[in-house]
Structure formats: structure tokens, C-alpha cells
Design a protein. Sequence first.
Lengths: 122, 339
Amino acid sequence: MFSHTCPIFLHNYITSMAKITYITHDNQNHTIDVQNGLTVMEGAVQNDIPGIDADCGGGMACATCHVYVNNEWFDKLPTKEDGEEDMLDMAFEPKKNSRLSCQIIVSDELDGLIVNIPSKQG
Amino acid sequence: MKKTDALIIGAGPTGLFTAHQLKLIGLDCEIVDNLDKVGGQCAELYPDKPIYDIPAVPECTGGELTNNLLNQIKPFNIKFHLNERVDEVKKDGDNWVVKTNNGTTFLTPNVIIAGGVGSFEPRKFPVKDCEKFENQSVFYSIKDKKIFEGKTVSIFGGGDSALDWAVELSKNSKVNLIHRRDDFRGAQATVNKAKQLAKEGKINIFTKYQMTAIKGEKNLESIDITGDDKKVKTLKTDYALGFFGLIMQLGPIANWGLNIDKKTVEVDTEKFETNQKGIYAVGDICNYPGKLKLILSGFHEGALAARACFKLARPNEKYRFEFTTSSKTIKDRLGVKSD
């Protein structure tokens, strides 16, 4: 049984992806399949989407992976930790729908997520 | 012009340990850093956050790590140049001439860039016109608080710097404190103090507001702040101060003829040398296949770059590998007694 199910499990695990759309400041849409478990920041960095610097590498210490989450999606995301709101104080032009993309973990539930990347990170 | 065997740019953990390695093998070095303190990101971004992946140190904060590294290099009396940013690196025969923004000049065969993600610069107001007033009526740090006496000062931010200055300047100035949300992240005691002063009418606090315009001909006259509810208020003000923390900028490193990709410098994994002979990059700023942005990787990279420096600094000598446990020469350098 195990030898039969294991490869299938592995297969699903490797290929479980969610479509994430990144809209850059110049209104270019980039829709990418991002592997579940990665962060929205990692999806952008690994696919060379411009505008997300992520200087601290995902440590919630720099606010340079700041994105605006499409309003339809904002409330569907897990809520922010305290530290994230503090870091957003530092972000360039924070708004009500601001998030740090390193704190958004991709899952099936986020398939179709749309985020806008600000004109600058600092 | 200061002559040294190696110049290290960046006093973060990697820069500090690289200095240790250089001194251990008998080379001198000096360190330049743009910040006013050593420790780099450890001191600036997470002095109080615990780190769990330093080998043989189960847990320590960024501040503790910095202090331990400073203790480790204490025997060597290394010269630091803080508050200075390296602006220029130029070839001069077998040496590099390195100039800082303060005019300090170094002549060295080896330049080791341990610059993290670049130099820390203050984050600025998003409003473009603020540039026009910068260093006259728009500031991101305060050098002389006397200039604000009797004036109206609008302070932006929600952390300790914003709160501390709001409290301090309220003694002799009319202070507006503007923050993008209701919660302040500064120390609770200072938050309480600022709120108390607001009750007494000594500070005007505007929360859920951000600056959207800045106006004035020669001098700053007023700013517009816009609330979450889109309502705009115009505040007459003589000064605007922004305290949004620091951001890392690659800065002048981009102009030194190095191969740069995504804000990192390409190096080999033998000497951690860049495409320029005698310029090395170690720590977060370097890039090679398999690079991990961990402090421990920076230590390894610095140790190897230091050995590479030996060849250029002492071309007529042969580097001999020695252990700290057994080498009398090393113990002498450390100032410890040999058995």
C-alpha cells in the first residue's frame, strides 16, 4: 500500500500550485504558478517579478516586499501578526490593504490571489 | 592617505569576523561603516531578536552576537571608521585607492566588501516635492534641536524616534505627531507620555493620517495630510520630520565595475574574489551557486577571503596554515599565554 500511495503523495506535493497574479506599478500583469508552501514574496523573487526587493530574505525585518492585496482577497488572508503591522509603518506608501508578501504563504485557498506591487520599496 | 593590508567595508558580523581572521594571520585591517555603530543588520534590524543558528551558540540576540564578536577582536585594536560611507574605489597599480564621503582615503591591495544589502539610509517621505526641502525644513534625523525652538514641527512615524522627538520638542515647539494608524509601536511609557501631552494640548496627534502634499515657495509653509477616510487636513508647519526607519541601498558599490546581479556581487568560491583582482565580497552581499544568506556562511567566506588577502599583502611571504590551539605566533597576536 505504502509503496503505491507514496509516489502519488509525493507527486501531488510537488505539483500543488496556486496561480498568483502580480501587478507591477506600470500595470503589467504577471500570473505565475507558485508552489504551495512558498511565500508570495518567494514566488515573485524566484520568477524575477520586478519591484519586490525582500532585502532581509523573508524575516519580517525590512518592509521591502510590501504589496497591496486586491480588496476581494484581503479578508481571505490569515490575519497579520503584530510585528507585520509594525514593519508596515516603514513601508513606502502603506495603505489599508498593505501586506508584507513574505508573510503570505501560498496554499490552494489562495489560488487566484491578486497583489499589486508599489512603485517603490523605499 | 592611510595604508593598510586590507580594508573591510561593513561592520556587521561578517565584517567583524573577517577582521578577526585577517589579524590572526598577521595582516592589518581597518573597517568602514555607514552606520553610527557596529553590528550591521544585527544591530539595526534585530538587536533584540533571538538568533538560533549560530554554530555552538544555541540562542543569542543580534546585540549579543555583535558584542561577542567585538570581544573576540578586542586583542587586535582594530580601527573603525563609523558614520562613513565608501564612495569611490579606484585602481592604482597593484593597490586600490578607497575614498569615503568624509574624505578619508585608504591605499590597500585588498578591499573586502562585507556590505550586507548595502548601506543603511533613512526611508523618506513618498511625496516627491519633499526632496526640494530636504535638509532645510524636511529632515530624517536631528543634529541640532535648537533650530526648532518656537517653530511648528510636524513629526511623522509611530516608533520610538518619532515619539521621543515629539515629547522632547514639545517643550519648546508646537508639535504635530502624525501616524498612519492608531497603534504606536514605541515604548509604552513614551506612548503614554505623548498621549498625556496631547491631553494637555502640547502635542496634536493625528492618527490614521499620512502626508499627501507639501507646499511652500522657498521655505516650507504647509503640508496636507490625508486620513483613511480620505479627508484632507492642511497643517501650517515650519518643519516636517520623518522617522520611518532605515532602508538598505546598494549605493556606490554599483559603480565599482563589479559584476552585480540582483543587488549582489558575483564571487568565486575559492577566494570570494569579485571580477576585480583584490576586491572580495563576503556575507549577504556576495553571490555564487548555492549561496545561503546565513551569518555562518559569512564567517566561512571571510576566513577564505582573508587567506587570499595574504598573497597580495605579503607577495614575498608564504602563508602557513596554523591552528589557534597550537600556534605560538597566533597566541602572541591574541595576547594569550602559550603553554
